[in-house]
Write a protein that binds this ligand. Sequence first.
Ligand code: AP5
Ligand code: ZN
Length: 213
Amino acid sequence: GLRSFLRPPGSGKGTQSPIIKDEYCLCHLATGDMLRAAVAAKTPLGVKAKEAMDKGELVSDDLVVGIIDEAIKKPSCQKGFILDGFPRTVVQAEKLDEMLTKQGTKIDKVLNFAIDDAILEERITGRWIHPPSGRTYHMKYAPPKVPGIDDVSGEPLIQRKDDTAEVLKSRLEAFHRQTEPVIDYYYKKGVVSQLHAEKPPKDVTAEIQKSLS
Ligand code: AP5
Ligand code: ZN
């Protein structure tokens, strides 16, 4: 089946997805990760996406829908997938419905990572990531064994360019204006589960497992 993880920047989508992916053998498709990889590789998609991402604004629906359409057709994703950070607009949600209907499937569950905006700045500014694996750390809440170094590979960690207090303001504005209506869209379909995303990571994992069981 398919699940979509929606919610604001820093609410824990990227932290929880790898855990859930392994447990349920789902493919993890994070539009933000895919776009950052395209920017780093300077592909035509990356060149088009960079400006909006740096400002904390959403990338155009056409670009994002295109990468998801390609990804969900991959054989490795036929068992089902987690969509992390997608759909982010009602237009994206409608396009996704069309794509899935063609494949004879649909979204089973939308997990709403409910959290207060006030908590997010500390989470975002303290985040360190290992892009090749998607592993995420936090200076205070999930520190690596050696500061600045990935626990598993020994490679350096980096901070995201948009993880500043200032860019976070635009990201939150985009979230409230463009993504909150998507949650209503799925509420009407009766597929939304609420999570308490302000709790410690382990508790959030337990809530996700409960809502998927
Ligand atoms: P994207 O990469 O999706 O970023 P985002 O939505 O801003 O979400 P984040 O990755 O910041 O948050 P997260 O929930 O994954 O947090 P995490 O688990 O790491 O998008 C980036 C940009 O790409 C967008 O601005 C846009 O330009 C573009 N884009 C992407 N998708 C798009 C789309 N569909 N349409 C248009 N444009 C799109 O946690 C954060 C930190 O907190 C970590 O350090 C973590 O260790 C820590 N933490 C996590 N959980 C807890 C906890 N329970 N307690 C304490 N600390 C915790
Ligand atoms: Zn993320």
